[in-house]
Every structure is written in structure tokens, then in C-alpha cells.
Design a protein around this ligand. Structure first.
Ligand code: NAG
Ligand code: NAG
Ligand code: NAG
Ligand code: NAG
Ligand code: NAG
Length: 605
């Protein structure tokens, strides 16, 4: 998921210390000519700089068709304190057809970033800009020739899922029985519970190296995902596909400013059509965009603020992006319907509604409305409710910031989603600005640091200061807490605000505190905080379905494997499988086995 907010904090730290240090570099938008030759592609790669090559460059064939699961872990707690996963609410089952999945994203797991014709993406560039990624990992700390110690922090190699999705078999890199992603997740663990897996999002720049509609098509990229889809299906795993998970082809940023320019709309629709035509019938559930709210907020922040379209500034960028992105989404869905692609399509939102921090404060209640509007309503009102932006947004943001929809666009918006999906990690408090003017003072002051949202999340209560929930690793505490006691109420209120026939929890997960500091496997695999997060959360999902009648039809755990967690690099661990970044070996953590046990007991076939 989602740590773009961290950027702004890092920027502050950097500004204080590094005026003499390295600065990010990006050419003026529009200054690079469109040259679709090999040399032209290399010129875009030059914006990124040197890239670490993976240790091997062929898809590794499986050495074995079965994956032995480790024996079940012993009980975590005495049963009087917490039941075993299979004994949680044993009378309640998921409805038939419920999808249990594990999620990933292309940039975060694939590696092989410059292989098989892929073009560079905005994140290939971003991860090298000073201070942009927590671990300072530019990919250049070691020699570029592979020496056994590779910098995995960028997306250059990370999990090398691009070549390892069948099985890791190179013993110099991986223990012979180290098994991988589809194999490991499909065999006992998932097949026993007929779980689908969303495979990584498709990387736009693998299909169209320059991204644009006049870009040459890279057949190797198309073939790769075709093979990946077939391999999933052959293993009884339903692939759920995301078209865009933040990895804008870098050429589009250089040519016209990426999503801050209306030019992106036709280019995205073209890309979507190519993908729909290539994989139609094999994929049933599609997402156009991952967390567009977080993505668009990022466009105005360092260092993405270096590639804005002309006429767009850091303050207007998030809203220009939101408008262009919705048009790209609705255009792609229109094509989906015209092409008669079987299946369902929507985008996945993120964030939470919020609980008023001071229960007696009308200003905090107002702040909750603003939070809900700016964080979820921004895409959910257009797609599910009115066709238009939330009124709170249009009242606050003039059209120079937030372009207005035409009547036709509003109709298109309302026809563009077959289900509601949300990356629902947590539910926290929300407070009004604490200065004298409160919400209204902020709304009328564009210089206010909280403008235009004029509300902020608070992670502890207003009475005694008790936490809203359990803390994750410090790297993710800027946004995440485990909130097992409030998540059910959140799902209910979400459904009341944006009613739907089908709701997917498209991501949920937790960063085990301090896992990145651990070196012994028995400490790493005992991921207690994550296990508790998943078990309590899923119990609430069962109650939400049965008691609150919320039509939750699937839940996708983030993440299948440890990965490159955006600006936290590989240090923030979300995986239910550990990845050894020396050998690439995967190891199940307790949370993976607990999920398998839970779903084994609660899914109906
Ligand atoms: C990143 O670099 C900064 C500045 O050189 C340094 O203060 C910080 O400790 C580094 N962070 C890590 C995780 O190495
Ligand atoms: C991007 O944002 C950073 C941090 O706020 C700022 O220092 C820099 O000048 C901005 N760059 C551009 C091109 O606006
Ligand atoms: C709200 O409750 C707090 C704590 O009980 C109290 O200090 C405060 O005065 C109350 N505010 C209003 C507006 O009633
Ligand atoms: C950004 O653009 C908006 C709309 O044109 C304008 O009102 C605002 O002053 C600009 N902000 C900056 C910092 O230039
Ligand atoms: C990762 O692999 C290396 C090389 O085999 C080994 O030394 C290290 O202990 C492994 N890490 C863990 C956590 O097992």
C-alpha cells in the first residue's frame, strides 16, 4: 500500500540537512522528444540511471509440483485468551464463492525492471532520488556486477517474482526446495481452501515501454502476463488483475507530466484495450486503478512535483490528477463494455471514514465528513452515488483546482463500477484543526497547512490518550494501526454511505513491528502482531456479513511476500512470507498458516 504521506515528512528532514547534498533531477516536462527507437528508450532510462541486473534472466521451471507446508505452528495463546484460527466464530461461514486472496503489485515484487523490453517507470526514477526512499537505497551502494549482495530496496530486483513465479530452482541463489509464489501459494495453502490470488498488477511499461498510444507494443511483456495468467489458472488459482498500481511509464511523465495532464486519458484507454483483448475470458475480476487518492496526492509531493503538466502546480496537481484519472477509468470501462469483456471491473479506493475525536465536538463531526469526502468520497461519490465530486470538495476547491464534470461525464461515472473495493486497513479518529478557527477558519484560508481537507487523523483518544489501536512498525506508524475493535463499525458505515451489492476488501494487512531488525528465522516467522491483526479482522468480517448484512464478497491480504514498500523500501515488512534478500528463498510466517487454517474452516465450497 500506501506510504506517500511519509514523503512530506522526509522532505522536511531533508530540507533541514541536505541543502548541499544531492538534488533530484528530472528534465523540464516536454523537453525530451518522442523517439520510439531503442536509443530513444535508452534516453528515458538515462533519467533513471544505472539499473541492477538480476542474477538470471529466464523464467525458472519448477523442480517439483508439490510444496510441503511446514507443520502447523503450536498455539499462540492459551485458548481461554484466544482461540485457534479454526475455532474463531466456528458457527459463521463465508458465503459461497467468497474470494480469499493475497495481493501484490508489479513494482513491489517483480524486479527484472529493465528486462524483456520493459520501459522505465516513475518509481524506477523515484526510488533513486535523494531521500525519497527511507533506506536511501539508490541501487548504487554496491558494485553493479552481481556479487552476492544486491540492493533489494529499489524495485530493480526485489523478489524477482518476474522470473520466479513458477519456482526458484537456481541453487546458487536459492535453496533447492525454496518454492515460490504461484506454486507456494496455490498448492496446499490455497488449494485446500480454493483461494484465488491476485497476481501482481500489470506493469504498463512492460506492455507499452513508452506508455503512450503511439508507443510500440512489447510482445515479450504481453506474453509474460499471458503465461502468468495461464500458470495461475492451471494451478487452480483465479487471477485478479490490477491495470495500474502507481507505476506510470516514465516517458509519459517526461513528455507531458503523466496523470497531471489530460493527455493521459487516451493513453490509458489504449493500454487498457490492449490488455482486455489479450487476456479476456481468462480474468474475471479487474481493477483499473489502485488507490488513486494516494497516488494523486503524491503528484504534488517531492520528488513527483518535478514532473507536472504545464499550467499545473503542486497544489492543483492532486485534483487535476483525480479528474484525469476518473476519465481514464470511465473510458477504459466503456471500452470494456463495448468489447464485451466478460467479468467485473471497478477501481480500489483506500482509507477510512473516521470517528470524531472529541465525541461532543460538532467541529470534529464536521471534520469526519471532510475526511470521508476527501479520502473516499472523492472517487466513491462519482462512481457510486451522485456521479459528481462530494459537495464538500466543490465548495472548497474552485474549478481551477478541481475540474467540474459535465452531465455526460457524471452519467459515465455512475456506469463505471460493478462492485465497491476498498483497501480497508484501519479506522482511526479524525479531528478538526485545533487552532481557534477550527474547520471554518481553515476552509477559508488556503494557506492553512491542513487546507483543503481541514481535518486530520488522530491515533489516540481525546480523553485519556489511549491508542486507537495497536502500533505497527515505526516505519508505518504515520498511517497504520491495527484497529480490531472499530473495523466492523467502519465497514457498516462505509456500506451505509456508499451502498453496493458487492464489496471487496481489496487489501488489508499489517507491518510486524521491528521485523526488519530480526535475523533469526524463528523470530521472523513468529509474526504475532500480524497474525492477531488478520484473525481479529477476519472475525469482524464474518460478523459484518452475518450481523450487519454488509455484502463482503472477498478479502485480499497484503501481502503475499515481503516486498518493496514504496518509500519504506524493503524495510517495512508486510509479507505473510519472508523473503531472504540474499537467496530469494521464501518462508511462510505464522500468519500465512493461520490464514490457511482460518479459511480452511470458514470457506464453504
Ligand atoms: C539515509 O541518509 C541520511 C543522510 O545521509 C542518514 O541520516 C540516514 O541515517 C540514512 N538512513 C538509512 C536508513 O541509512
Ligand atoms: C518539490 O517539493 C520540494 C519540497 O517541498 C521543494 O523543495 C521543491 O522546490 C519542489 N520542486 C518543484 C519543482 O516544485
Ligand atoms: C467536551 O468534553 C470535554 C471532556 O469531557 C470537556 O472538557 C469539554 O468542555 C466539552 N466541550 C463542550 C463543547 O462541551
Ligand atoms: C496554483 O494554481 C492555482 C490555480 O491556478 C492558483 O490559484 C494558485 O495560486 C497556484 N499556487 C501556486 C503556489 O502558484
Ligand atoms: C538468508 O540467507 C543467507 C545465505 O544463505 C543466510 O546467511 C541468512 O541467515 C538467511 N537469513 C535468514 C533470516 O534466514
Amino acid at each position: 500500500m500506501t506510504v506517500i504521506l511519509v514523503l512530506s515528512l522526509l522532505v522536511l528532514a531533508l530540507a533541514a540537512t541536505s541543502s548541499a547534498g544531492p538534488t533530484p533531477t528530472f528534465p523540464p516536462v516536454g523537453s525530451i522528444p518522442r523517439d520510439f527507437s531503442a536509443a530513444g528508450l535508452e534516453a528515458i532510462w538515462d533519467l533513471v540511471g544505472p539499473v541492477q541486473a538480476p542474477p538470471f534472466t529466464t523464467t525458472v521451471a519448477p523442480t517439483s509440483t508439490t510444496v510441503a507446508l511446514p507443520s502447523s505452528p503450536p498455539p499462540l495463546y492459551p485458548s481461554f485468551y484466544a482461540p485457534a484460527p479454526k475455532d474463531i466464530l466456528p458457527g459463521l461461514k463465508f458465503p459461497p464463492g467468497f474470494k480469499f486472496g493475497v495481493a501484490t503489485a508489479a513494482y513491489q515484487v517483480e524486479g527484472a525492471t529493465k528486462n524483456e523490453g520493459k520501459g522505465p517507470t516513475l518509481w524506477d526514477w523515484n526510488s533513486r532520488q535523494p531521500g525519497a526512499v527511507f533506506d536511501n537505497t539508490t541501487g548504487m551502494s554496491n558494485s553493479f556486477s552481481f556479487s552476492g549482495v544486491v540492493d533489494f530496496y529499489t524495485g530493480d530486483i526485489v523478489d524477482l517474482q518476474y522470473y520466479l513465479y513458477k519456482e526458484v530452482a537456481n541453487p546458487s541463489w536459492c535453496l533447492p526446495h525454496a518454492l515460490i509464489d504461484v506454486g507456494r501459494m496455490s498448492s496446499e495453502l490455497l488449494r485446500s481452501a480454493s483461494m484465488p490470488i491476485p497476481f501482481p498488477s500489470i506493469s504498463w511499461a512492460r506492455i507499452l515501454p513508452f506508455g503512450t498510444k503511439d508507443s510500440p507494443i512489447n510482445q515479450a511483456g504481453l506474453k509474460h502476463y499471458s503465461n502468468l495468467i495461464d500458470y495461475h489458472i492451471a494451478h487452480g488459482v483465479e487471477p485478479v488483475v490490477t491495470l495500474f498500481h502507481w507505476d506510470t511509464p516514465l516517458a509519459m511523465s517526461a513528455y507531458y507530466g503523466g496523470f497531471t495532464s489530460p493527455e493521459v486519458v487516451e493513453d490509458f484507454i489504449n493500454y487498457a484495450k490492449i490488455v482486455f483483448a489479450a487476456y479476456k475470458g481468462r480474468v474475471k475480476t479487474w481493477y483499473t486503478f489502485n488507490e488513486p487518492r494516494v497516488f494523486c496526492m503524491g503528484t504534488g509531493l517531492y520528488p513527483f512535483n518535478m514532473s507536472l503538466a504545464s499550467g499545473v502546480n503542486a497544489s492543483t496537481a492532486p485534483y487535476q490528477c483525480s479528474y484525469n484519472l476518473i476519465k481514464a477509468h470511465t473510458g477504459a470501462v466503456k471500452a470494456f463494455r463495448e468489447m464485451r469483456i466478460p467479468g467485473e471491473i471497478a477501481l480500489k479506493s483506500d482509507d477510512f471514514i473516521g470517528i470524531p475525536w472529541r465525541s461532543n465536538s460538532t467541529d470534529d463531526a464536521l471534520a469526519v465528513e471532510r475526511h470521508a469526502a476527501f479520502r473516499i468520497g472523492v472517487f466513491a461519490d462519482p462512481l457510486y452515488k451522485t456521479g459528481d465530486w462530494p459537495k464538500i470538495m466543490t465548495d472548497t476547491l474552485p474549478p481551477e483546482y478541481l475540474p467540474r464534470f459535465t452531465e455526460q461525464e457524471k452519467k459515465d461515472n455512475l456506469a463505471s463500477a460493478d462492485f465497491f473495493a476498498i483497501d480497508a486497513y484501519r479506522e482511526q479518529f479524525v479531528a478538526a484543526p485545533l487552532d481557534v478557527g477550527g474547520v471554518s477558519g481553515c476552509v477559508h484560508n488556503t494557506a492553512h497547512p491542513l487546507w483543503p481537507e481541514c481535518s486530520s487523523a488522530v491515533f489516540f483518544d481525546s480523553n485519556a490518550g489511549w491508542a486507537a489501536g495497536i502500533s505497527p512498525d515505526p516505519l508505518s506508524e504515520v498511517w497504520l494501526q491495527a484497529t480490531p475493535n472499530t473495523i466492523r463499525s467502519f465497514l457498516k458505515r462505509l456500506h451505509e454511505r456508499w451502498p453496493t451489492n458487492k464489496l471487496y476488501i481489496s487489501e488489508f494487512g499489517f507491518v510486524e513491528p521491528f521485523e526488519e531488525l530480526r535475523t533469526e528465522m524463528f523470530r521472523i516467522t513468529e509474526d504475532v502482531a500480524r497474525t492477531d491483526y488478520f484473525m481479529t479482522y477476519l472475525g469482524q468480517v464474518l460478523l459484518s456479513i452475518h450481523e450487519d448484512r454488509v455484502p463482503i464478497a472477498g478479502a485480499f491480504a497484503w501481502s503475499m511476500v515481503d516486498n518493496a514498500e514504496w518509500n519504506s523500501g524493503t524495510s517495512a515488512k508486510f509479507g505473510i512470507q519472508h523473503v531472504n534478500y540474499t537467496t530469494l528463498e521464501r518462508t511462510y510466517k505464522r500468519s500465512a498458516l493461520s490464514l490457511a487454517e482460518f479459511f480452511g474452516a470458514h470457506l464453504q465450497h
